[in-house]
Design a binder for this molecule. Structure first.
Ligand code: ASP
Ligand code: MG
Length: 404
């Protein structure tokens, strides 16, 4: 069977009109001779709405019920798509995760798909049907519905492509693909025609919101080629694939910025072994994800400052944990929420010397102060003041010749 997985994001199924449009897209693949597996997200806004409702019922809403609740939006969109396909003369049926079943492991709200039972869907495909499957949800060991994290229907689609050995996995969204940087911020942003899993993973983790980072990791591990494109206009999108398939002359592939980072500085902690560990131990025990870290030592009084960044939503918890921590002494605790992490990403930097210098020089020439730096093999991130995001992105976009 020549199988294709088509995944539709929230805005693509956001209105009745769009659901009709999406149904026509599905039919176009049937006409090309594919057996089509559809995976859909909830209509845009509906998941947020359900989350809000859970909060209004209880601040400690039971996480198992939370998953039942917030995954229900997918049931609606899938029924509407299947209903529309029926209306225009195609055999189609919606499938909830437990009907397939799609098995998932891990905690509620952050589960991962472990296995998909192929039998029923395969029979249905063979009978000429179009299965429309709820993304974002799975069935756990306790026979309860569980969810895959925000944006998790991407992961559902990738895992269907994996288990059904699909020829293609197409992620339909409201943008035309992945851009060199956020086109809402920088007019010159260009569509990237082909990008490696590694670069895409960095882009998604660092603020490009096109796909859920977990799902890209799943695709990378299973070598599933992804095509990201718009459901609104029929134009070539972005292919996400392995590095070997890409032949690019550019050093940098894309730029990102974040808007929900916070910087915490402990001023004047003792400069002796074990101090950093004592600072971070309670944070890790309480699942606070620490991102960038710097420690600056002052030569005079055997004291050091430790600065690190976390997600802004973790700030209250982090401050509380630090204040409760009797193992550490510090002179002052400084907090800054007006920061953004700007990153340049590209496998080209592995083989090109001087990229770090060019980035820092460009920022310096534009009077932008760097607060914290972190690097990996294919990315360089700097923390800067939020007010400089646009200026930084636009200068770096130009410096690394992404405008053309
Ligand atoms: N509807 C879910 C969410 O809003 C899953 C998804 O969109 O992929 O997070
Ligand atoms: Mg989504």
């Amino acid at each position: 069977m020549k199988i294709v997985v088509l995944k539709f994001g929230g805005t693509s199924v956001g209105t009745i009109k769009r659901i009709k449009k999406v149904s026509n897209i599905i039919v176009s693949y049937v006409k090309k001779g594919f057996k089509v597996i559809v995976v859909s997200s909830a209509m845009s806004g509906s998941t947020n709405d359900l989350i809000k409702k859970s909060k209004n019922i209880s601040k400690n809403f039971n996480s198992s019920e939370y998953d039942v609740l917030v995954s229900s939006g997918e049931q609606i969109s899938c029924a509407l798509i299947a209903g529309r396909l029926n209306h225009i003369g195609y055999k189609s049926q919606s499938w909830m995760s437990w009907q397939v079943p799609i098995f998932a492991e891990g905690d509620h709200k952050t589960s991962r798909i472990s296995k998909i039972n192929k039998n029923k869907i395969t029979d249905y495909l063979k009978s000429g049907g179009i299965p429309v499957i709820t993304g974002f949800q799975g069935l756990n060991n306790n026979n309860r519905i569980t969810t895959l994290g925000r944006g998790g229907s991407d992961a559902s689609a990738i895992m269907f492509a994996k288990f059904f050995k699909a020829k293609k996995c197409i992620i339909f969204t409201d943008v035309e693909g992945v851009y060199t940087t956020d086109p809402n911020k920088i007019k010159n942003a260009k569509k990237i025609r082909i990008i490696s899993y590694e670069e895409m993973l960095e882009m998604a983790s660092l603020g490009a919101k096109v796909m859920q980072p977990h799902s890209i990791q799943d695709a990378r591990l299973n070598r599933i080629k992804i095509d990201v494109k718009s459901s609104f206009v029929n134009r070539p999108g972005t292919i996400i694939t392995k590095r070997k398939n890409i032949n690019r002359k550019r050093t940098i592939t894309g730029l990102t910025s974040t808007k929900n980072d916070a910087k915490v500085t402990l001023v004047g902690v003792k400069d002796k072994p074990g101090v950093a560990a004592s600072v971070f131990k309670p944070l890790s025990q309480n699942y606070v994800n620490v991102d960038m870290v710097v420690q600056t030592s002052s030569s005079t009084n055997r004291e050091t400052d430790i600065t690190f960044t976390i997600k802004s939503e973790e700030l209250p918890k982090t401050v509380k944990l630090i204040k409760q921590n009797t193992k550490i002494k510090y002179r002052d605790l400084l907090i800054n929420k007006n920061v953004s992490k700007v990153s340049i990403i590209g496998v080209g930097m592995i083989t090109t010397p001087g990229v770090t210098y060019r980035m820092f020089k460009t920022l310096a020439d534009n009077g932008i102060n760097i607060l914290v730096i972190s690097t990996s093999e294919i990315k360089i991130s700097v923390l800067i003041s939020k007010k400089n995001i646009k200026k930084a992105l636009s200068a770096l976009h130009k410096e690394f010749k992404l405008n053309s």
